[in-house]
Design a protein around this ligand. Structure first.
Ligand code: NAD
Length: 289
């Protein structure tokens, strides 16, 4: 058996196209473009690339991009003042503070300061709580993108065994919440789990968000399972995921490649969330995307 490759790049391009169409209709009705503000503190090269790509995707979707670049020695009060200004700005529907922040700034305090109704990253505790109880809010972009890819393979997820490797607040935990909402039977395994493979071998749906290159071995995978590899690990051999792709391909039913799987969906979901935020703020119905 050779797994079907889940083409995240194509899915993301299609989603971005649907968002652009929806944004065009929004602009007609609201008389303005949805706006996303992105704040970058310091010069971390990977963060600078992410911020540039987010700005580009925002503009390509017909939305306004407000980019704020602050020096690495910016103090917390200055950053919090900028967040307050963006919270109050009617042209801004989404606010994203690029992580990681320099060590002298308390990142949690900054995330808490963002208006939850503009928190398109879905990292504010209010949005984490809304996700946990199934209320309307914002879902973090990476797990949201994973769910969209999964639903394309399994329009009906109810009853499936889902195993998520990793329990971070930005990927593992919200991923597990989303799968639970879809009525999967969900197991979260993590760094203190006794026998990770014993769990993964039962999984119809396996999501790996560990940050260890090729952590998931071929014989950890149930034949026919759908495998979503969130990992982005830079190695001497280039970018690799958290799954041993070559080995997994012989067992899985469907699998995301790295790169070209989950990664492109993250930015597409960010602009999707920004569009949804703009609709909510203008009390317009959002197109289902
Ligand atoms: P993290 O470091 O915050 O969390 C890693 C998780 O893996 C932890 O919860 C930990 O318990 C678990 N873990 C560590 N060692 C383990 C072990 N031996 N067995 C089982 N579990 C173990 O990482 P994160 O922010 O959740 O990111 C995970 C990966 O996803 C990274 O490679 C990151 O680069 C990638 N990522 C990709 C995107 C994207 O857009 N594709 C977005 C975010 C993160």
């Amino acid at each position: 058996m050779t797994a079907a490759i889940i083409d995240g790049k194509a899915h993301a391009a299609a989603l971005r196209g649907r968002v652009a169409d929806a944004v065009a209709a929004f602009r007609e009705r609201a008389g303005r473009a949805p706006g996303l503000a992105v704040v970058l503190v310091g010069e971390d090269p990977a963060s600078a690339v992410y911020v540039r790509n987010k700005g580009k995707a925002t503009r390509e979707a017909g939305m306004a991009s407000f980019e704020h670049r602050l020096p690495a020695d910016t103090d917390a009060a200055t950053l919090l003042a900028l967040v307050a200004q963006l919270n109050a700005d009617p042209a801004v529907d989404g606010i994203l503070v690029q992580l990681p922040l320099p060590a002298h700034i308390d990142a949690e305090a900054v995330l808490l300061a963002i208006d939850p109704d503009k928190d398109v990253d879905g990292f504010h505790p209010v949005n984490a709580g809304r996700l946990a109880i199934g209320a309307e809010g914002f879902v973090p972009c990476t797990p949201l993108g994973c769910l969209m890819l999964l639903k394309d393979v399994h329009p009906q997820l109810a009853g499936l065994e889902a195993v998520v490797i990793g329990r971070s607040n930005i990927v593992g935990k919200p991923m597990a919440q989303l799968l639970l909402q879809q009525s999967c039977t969900v197991t979260i395994v993590h760094s203190r789990t006794r026998d990770v493979a014993a769990h993964t071998r039962r999984a119809d749906i396996l999501v790996a968000a560990v940050g260890i290159p090729r952590f998931v071995q071929g014989d950890w995978i149930k034949p026919g399972a759908t495998v979503i590899d969130v990992g982005i690990n830079r190695t001497d051999a280039g970018l690799v995921g958290d799954v041993d792709f070559a080995a997994a391909q012989g067992l899985a039913g469907a699998i995301t490649p790295v790169p070209g799987g989950v990664g492109p969906m993250t930015i597409a979901c960010l602009i999707r969330n920004t569009y949804v935020s703009a609709c909510r703020r203008e009390a317009l119905d959002a197109v289902a995307l």
